[in-house]
Design a protein around this ligand. Structure first.
Ligand code: NAD
Length: 480
């Protein structure tokens, strides 16, 4: 069984402690590799390497930085099959999803920022003939990037790409639950000729490695994606040190379905929005509100499509629902299904663990679950479950559904289905979230601002927002 290595100063290294954590394939329940159990000593080495690399990386002509990053993107593309297989085994997602969605998106992340940086410009503010202000945007220095397990390489590269493109050196930590593709990515960076120390990847546990990155006094910006509780802990440590913070946190996203929607397309898109990647996407809709006049019709069609989703070995081409990423998360999702029953919910579809025959018989599978009969303020409808579990509820008016949709502590994304243009714009404007999709879900343009409001996060990723986050802004005023 393979030992995953840290990537520090251009080399693949064992952790200083020589300790490893079991890395489990969630589809089989078996340990299949070992993840470094690093600590603050590895983070210190990573910082030293990054600091040594910073002068030449930050001063390198942008076109050269861009060229190296484009080589990384090219190698991701060439190794798509290998990366997709690794992601599927590590995370439990269907192989086709990793191959057609996640790995190409990781490639796009690197490609997008490698080219965006060549077009990144700053402003000038002339004061008539008296003076000229101009804005300088310079790399911050050494930044920390911490990512979760649900879209491992996709979210890891989403942070690293703008950080590197802007001229920073990075100390990064992927999730200990899904470390494999970040490890393969470190090999790609070596093959692409990324200068040593520019990117350092330290594997291990959040409270050991993640917290050491956040607490490191010379790592002056942190870009984090993960749970809201972890985000609060990171903010608690980082805020008194005045670090720049970007926090992409949890969600409890509403899907609002009006009676005047395009019915067939809405049912299909709602199933996709609910259960893609086993519902383990921060943007998945998990509270479905349906206008009462089509509630029964929608419910019947939706439940019928959900019941037909094939659960099974993530490596099989016809599998639609793979394994839950870890045993801990599997138990958490099942406990929420029990809670929903205690709160008076009726299970319309699914509702329990699923046994896959053969080599996956010990895997962590849960049936896609649809629950009705819950009020919008109960815990099931307020707390993030982050699994293949949705609730469905009727509404009578636009005002009522807005109140229900906006009732949680989260505000990441919302999906609205209606063919009425005015209503679509009106509702979009009143939803308290960072992202609203009308008649679609997860349609992404990397130039757009990405992030949440309320307890779904602080700051925005994507496009110029990300490049601005990863640069310091300075105004220079010249008296003429
Ligand atoms: P998590 O918060 O448990 O872990 C995320 C990362 O933080 C991991 O790498 C973990 O090791 C690290 N970490 C844990 N404790 C830490 C600490 N004290 N200091 C520093 N780092 C620490 O989240 P998760 O379970 O891996 O991911 C699921 C969560 O991520 C869900 O809440 C989901 O909504 C959220 N998420 C948000 C977005 C978004 O863009 N808003 C995208 C994907 C996932």
């Amino acid at each position: 069984m393979e030992n995953i290595h840290n990537y520090i100063n251009g080399a693949l290294l064992a952790p200083v402690s020589s300790l490893y954590i079991d890395n489990i394939n969630p589809a089989t329940g078996e340990v299949y590799s070992f993840c470094p159990d690093s600590d603050e000593r590895d983070v210190a080495l990573a910082y030293e390497a990054a600091a040594a690399a910073f002068p030449s990386w930050s001063e390198m002509p942008v076109s050269e930085r861009s060229k190296i990053m484009l080589k990384i993107a090219q190698l991701i593309e060439e190794r798509t099959s290998e990366l997709a297989l690794a992601e599927s085994i590590d995370q439990g997602k269907p192989l086709w999803l990793a191959k057609n969605g996640e790995i190409p998106r990781a490639q796009s992340n690197i490609h997008f920022f490698a080219t965006a940086i060549e077009h990144f410009a700053s402003e000038a503010h002339p004061m008539g003939n008296h003076a000229l202000n101009y804005t300088l945007r310079t790399p911050i220095g050494i930044v920390g990037c911490i990512s979760p397990w649900n879209l491992p390489l996709y979210l890891f590269t989403w942070k690293i790409a703008p950080a590197l493109a802007a001229g920073n050196c990075v100390v990064a930590k992927p999730s200990e639950v899904t470390p494999m593709t970040a490890y393969l990515f470190s090999q790609i960076c070596i093959d692409a000729g990324l200068p040593k120390g520019v990117l350092n990847i330290v594997h291990g546990l959040g409270p050991k490695v993640g917290s050491a990155i956040v607490a490191h006094e010379k790592i002056t910006a942190i870009s984090f994606t993960g749970g809201t509780k972890t985000g609060a802990e990171i903010a608690r440590v980082a805020a008194p040190m005045f670090k720049k913070l970007s926090l992409e946190l949890g969600g409890k996203n509403p899907s609002i379905i009006f009676a005047d929607c395009d019915f067939e397309k809405t049912v299909k898109e709602s199933v996709r929005a609910s259960f893609t990647n086993q519902g383990e996407i921060c943007l998945c809709g998990s509270r479905i509100y349906v206008e009462r006049s089509i509630y029964e019709k929608f419910k019947t069609a939706f439940v019928s499509q959900v019941a037909s989703l094939k659960i099974g070995d993530p490596l099989h081409a016809d599998t639609k629902v793979g394994a839950i990423a870890s045993k801990v998360h599997f138990d958490k999702v099942l406990s929420y299904i029990e809670l929903a029953k205690e709160e008076g919910g009726t299970i319309l579809s699914g509702g329990k663990a699923f046994k896959v025959e053969g080599i996956c018989s010990q895997g962590f599978f849960i049936e896609p679950t649809v629950i009705e009969g819950l009020g919008h303020l109960c815990r099931t409808n307020q707390e993030e479950i982050f699994g293949p579990v949705v609730s469905i509820q009727p509404f009578d008016s636009e005002a009522e559904v807005l109140e229900m949709a906006n009732s949680t502590q989260y505000g990441l994304a919302c999906t609205v289905f209606t063919e009425n243009l005015s209503k679509a714009h009106r509702v979009a404007a009143q939803i308290k979230s960072g992202i609203v999709w009308i008649n679609c879900w997860l349609l992404r343009d990397l130039r757009t601002p990405f992030g949440g409001v309320k307890q779904s996060g602080v700051g925005r990723e994507g496009g110029w927002e990300a490049l601005r986050f990863f640069t310091e802004t300075k105004n220079v005023c010249v008296k003429i």
